[in-house]
Design a protein around this ligand. Structure first.
Ligand code: ZN
Length: 328
């Protein structure tokens, strides 16, 4: 049996797993993502965990074909490096070169986490029988990965589809973590929702010329927000409906730009609140969309989408990625 080491490198957690080539997760280890160190620190940590996981399974490095990585971006995909990420104190670091050296393997593939996610959906999830698939995640941020005509889209640096930064409101003051104005992620992501709530209430107060909301109406986490929605608060249900319209605008922009057959939705915020922020958004989609609507459903791979996607990069390497790396 052949094996692959898969890595899901997020701003909070670093997951390293061993998959067999039939897509079965055999071993897994999760740690907090190292936020400090040198340019090679994260690669060295991945190597140490990978070796330990293999040893636990009684496997040798010879049985490993390669290493697949889905990481926070932005990327310099040719060099296999993360460049100036706003989400980690260690802003720039190397992955591909040090991992090629440490594991002594040529097949080391580094892509954006949602890009890995869509390839996982296409290889092992709902997308197996489709040629045009988009994966959208709504968690701390909003991200996406796109397969068109069976090709994994990458772009010149590997950042082809930063859909979280699609402009869904051109005339507003609410700033995204990236500094831009009117971005989807600023309103509808786990980090954006509490700030959007505050922003919405401020506008409401200004409009009515006196304070109609109290300090009790502040929320600091998306969980608090959705609890208030579920308890039936009219104010919070109004804001939730605004988020549905925003999600509909974002999803419609994807439909209009990529013409997918299938969109799968993942990420902790979307999966935990699918009936509140995705199902109503799907109902609103038509009014924003030009193209024929695709099927939209939750990812088949749950919280494993990125990790399994990283494994699938090695198990069934995308042609566009092989072209960039010049390996086969
Ligand atoms: Zn942005």
């Amino acid at each position: 049996m052949k094996y692959v080491i898969a890595v899901d490198l997020g701003a909070t957690n670093l997951r390293v797993g061993i998959y067999s080539f039939d897509g079965e997760l055999r071993n897994l280890h999760i740690i907090r993502t190292p936020s400090k160190g040198g340019k090679n620190t994260i690669a060295e940590v991945i190597y140490d965990i990978g070796i330990k996981l293999l040893r636990d399974l009684g496997l040798s490095g010879d049985e490993v074909v390669g290493i697949g990585i889905g990481t926070i971006g932005p990327l310099d995909i040719r060099r296999g490096e993360v460049v100036n990420t706003p989400n980690l104190e260690l802003r720039s670091f190397r992955l591909r070169e040090p991992l090629i050296d440490l594991f002594n393997k040529n097949h080391v593939y580094v892509v954006n986490d949602c890009v890995a996610g869509v390839w996982g959906e296409k290889t092992f999830g709902h997308g197996v029988n489709y040629s045009n698939v988009v994966y959208v995640t709504i968690s701390t941020g909003v991200g996406g990965g796109v397969v068109i005509n069976d090709n994994l889209m990458l772009g010149k640096d590997g950042n082809a589809h930063e859909v979280g930064h699609l402009v869904i409101n051109y005339d507003d003051e609410l700033r995204c973590g990236c500094g831009g104005v009117g971005h989807w992620e600023a309103y509808a992501s786990g980090s954006g929702i509490p700030r959007f709530v505050k922003h919405y209430m401020k506008n409401l107060t200004t409009k009515h010329r006196n304070s109609i909301v109290s300090l009790d109406d502040e929320v600091t986490t998306p969980e608090e927000f959705f609890n208030r929605v579920r308890t039936g608060s009219k104010l919070f249900n109004d804001i939730c409906y605004e988020i549905c319209k925003i999600n509909a605008a974002g999803l419609a922009s994807i439909v209009n730009a990529y013409d997918p057959e299938l969109i799968t939705i993942g990420g902790s915020v979307a999966l935990a609140n699918y009936g509140l922020i995705i199902e109503p958004a799907i109902k609103l989609l038509k009014q924003y969309s030009l193209n024929r609507l695709p099927e939209i459903k939750p990812t088949k791979l749950g919280s494993e989408t990125v990790l399994k996607g990283a494994a699938s990069l090695v198990i069934k390497p995308p042609k566009t990625l092989l072209e960039i790396y010049g390996t086969s």
